[in-house]
Write a protein that binds this ligand. Sequence first.
Ligand code: L34
Length: 307
Amino acid sequence: MIKIAEIISGTEISKQIKNEVKAEIERMEKEKGKRPGLAVILVGENPASKVYVASKQRGCEQVGIMSESIKMDDSVSTEDILKEIEKLNSRDDIHGILVQLPLPEQVDKNKVLEAISPDKDVDGFHPINMGKLVAQKDCFVPATPLGIIEMLKRTNIALKGKNATMVGHSEIVGKPCSLLLLNEWATVTICHIETRDLKMHTKDADILIVAAGVPYLIKEDMVKEGAVVIDVGINRITKDKASSELLEWRKEDFDKKQATLIGDVDYLRVEPKASYISPVPGGVGPMTIAMLLKNTLMAAKKTVGMK
Ligand code: L34
């Protein structure tokens, strides 16, 4: 008999979260006569960034957040961006500020991220918020790791005492996600590009979270029977690079867009081994959007004095 893993649908769970955020915003409007406002700075023409920012704005519309996008040219200087951030920092109608990454090479990313007021830092990338996360103080937590933990919680997957392996050590996902898992009392292993024996650590995982950006990194023999697998990778595979298996599996995508999105996990072979697995697309991506909206609501609630 072929066992089939439960699919953790980020699309479905993110809808629930959006509904909850929407209800809270309606309450805010009634009680305080205010709505949350989010400003998104988008630099350049990165097609993926455009897609993500558009979906953030659509999310804002769906829940009642006022959103504003500031588009800047690929050739901007750090100073140009800092000026925009200063303006946004001082505006009462803007509760959240986000600078979509990556930024062009000439821009000093750290300077930019540190210019955002920590109270409006809905991405949680400011060192003040990162430090508070380490210290387990109330703070903004990056949306992707927050979304990962939320999807596990809402699927009733216990973390306490479990072996959780995080593949990837980025500032945006791996590091904060490891801390959140630790805060939930998981035993956390962090793997990265210099890890000598990746399989040894992934095989040991009850909960395996993969954010490396390498398609097919996690193969069937690297996963424990019954593991929970969360795939954070987003890799765009064009028709000319696709295997015949992928061409068949994602035929509709290739016919329509000449490309498809896959994660870092060899999904078709890992899925039968897992107890739960999150797909790409429709997994962590939509959760990221939902948690950004939730963070923006949180920022607005604080400024209007709402519990
Ligand atoms: N500042 N920069 C900042 N904050 C972030 O939180 C991000 N990130 C990452 C890139 N840069 C950032 C995002 O928003 C990645 N990311 C993100 C957001 C949404 C989705 C993927 C990545 C998403 O919605 N993914 C869909 C598919 C979208 C598509 O069709 O391309 C999914 O179902 O996975």
